[in-house]
Design a protein around this ligand. Structure first.
Ligand SMILES: C[S@@+](CC[C@H](N)C(=O)[O-])C[C@H]1O[C@@H](n2cnc3c(N)ncnc32)[C@H](O)[C@@H]1O
Length: 283
C-alpha cells in the first residue's frame, strides 16, 4: 500500500524547524506537542491550560501503563520533537530512552534540555534521523513509542517496518496517530486540517490494524481516541485566542484559533480521527 505522498519529508522538516515558537506559545512552553486524554468534566475557562497539559501527561501515563515500561526498558521515541517526553519517560520510569526526530532545530532543543537534567546522564540520548531509516541495530529496543508523528511521514509502511526491525522479539510498539475515517474530505477539512498539517493518510482506524498485522505485529490493543482529539483542539483554539508571542505572531494566533475549531468540525464530521495502538513483535 502506498500511503499519503502529497508532502515530502523535507517540507515537514522545514515546517517543524520554523514553528517551534508558535507551538510553545499555544501548546506547551516545555515543548511537548501532542494531544491529550481527558479525565472528567471541563472545569471552566480559567483551567484550560492546566487541563490540557494534564491530559497530555495522562497520555504518557497510559502509554507507560499499557506497554509496561519500567526501569529495565530501552525505549525509542520516534518523532520525539523537543525531547520533552523522552525526559519524562526516563524520569518517571527509570527507563533508558532515546529520541529521534527529523527536525534539526528540535533535536538541538532536546540536547539543550538534556544538559539541564544531568541526573539522567547516560540514560537518555537524541539523534536527528528519519522514522523511515532508524540508525539502530535490529532488536535494539524493548519498546518503540511514538506520539503525533507518523501521519506526517509519506511512507508510513516503512515506519511500521522500521519499528518492527529495531524491536527485540517480544518488544512492544505503542503509538498514536491520526486516521482518515472517510475518503470524502470536505474543502474545509482539506485546507484547515490535512494541508495545514502537511499530511495525508490511507489509514482508517481499522485499516491501520491490517497494516500492523501485515508488518508482522500482533495487535494487542486499538483505542479510538477521537473524542479526546476534538476536546484537545477545542482547548487549543481557546489557548491560541489568548496566546502571546513575539511581535508579528498575532496573525498566526488568529488563524490557528479558527483553524483549530475547523479541526474540531472535521472530527465531528468523521473526516479525521485519532487512534492509539499497542502491538507486540512476536517472540
Ligand atoms: C506534532 S510533533 C510531535 C512531537 C513529539 N512526539 C511530542 O509529543 O511532543 C511531530 C514531530 O514529528 C516529527 N517528524 C515528522 N516526520 C518525521 C519523520 N519522517 N521522521 C522523524 N520525525 C518526523 C516532526 O519533526 C515533529 O517533531
Amino acid at each position: 500500500m502506498v500511503t499519503g505522498h502529497r508532502f515530502s519529508e523535507q517540507e515537514t522538516e522545514e515546517y517543524y524547524d520554523a514553528e517551534d515558537v508558535i507551538y510553545r506559545s499555544i501548546w506547551d512552553a516545555d515543548g511537548s506537542v501532542h494531544w491529550g486524554v481527558f479525565d472528567g468534566e471541563p472545569k471552566g475557562q480559567d483551567h484550560i491550560r492546566e487541563e490540557f497539559l494534564s491530559a497530555g501527561i495522562r497520555l504518557n501515563e497510559l502509554m507507560v501503563e499499557y506497554a509496561g515500561i519500567d526501569a529495565t526498558s530501552r525505549v525509542l521515541d520516534v518523532g520525539c520533537g523537543n525531547g520533552t517526553n523522552v525526559i519524562w519517560v526516563s524520569r518517571n520510569t527509570g527507563a533508558n530512552a532515546t529520541g529521534i526526530d527529523l527536525s534539526g532545530v528540535r533535536i538541538a532543543n532536546a540536547v539543550t534540555s538534556m544538559e539541564r537534567v544531568p541526573d539522567l546522564a547516560g540514560r537518555i540520548a537524541f539523534e536527528k534521523a528519519s522514522a523511515t531509516e532508524l540508525p539502530f541495530a535490529e532488536g535494539a529496543f524493548t519498546h518503540v513509542w511514538s506520539q503525533a508523528t507518523i501521519y506526517h511521514v509519506p511512507d508510513k509502511i516503512k515506519v511500521l517496518e522500521e519499528a518492527y526491525r529495531v524491536l527485540q522479539p517480544g518488544g512492544q510498539f505503542i503509538f498514536d496517530d491520526l486516521t482518515k475515517p472517510t475518503l470524502n474530505i470536505s474543502e474545509s477539512a482539506r485546507q484547515f486540517v490535512y494541508d495545514r498539517l502537511l499530511f495525508d493518510t490511507d489509514f482508517s482506524f481499522y485499516s491501520y490494524i491490517d497494516a500492523l498485522r501485515e508488518t508482522g505485529f500482533k495487535v494487542l490493543q486499538a483505542r479510538d481516541l477521537s473524542v479526546h482529539l476534538a476536546r484537545s483542539y477545542t482547548y487549543l483554539s481557546r489557548l491560541a485566542s489568548i496566546a502571546e508571542g513575539p511581535e508579528g505572531y498575532q496573525d498566526r494566533f488568529d488563524y490557528l484559533t479558527d483553524a483549530y475549531m475547523k479541526t474540531v468540525d472535521a472530527i465531528n464530521n468523521d473526516e479525521l480521527g485519532w487512534a492509539q495502538y499497542l502491538c507486540i513483535k512476536p517472540a
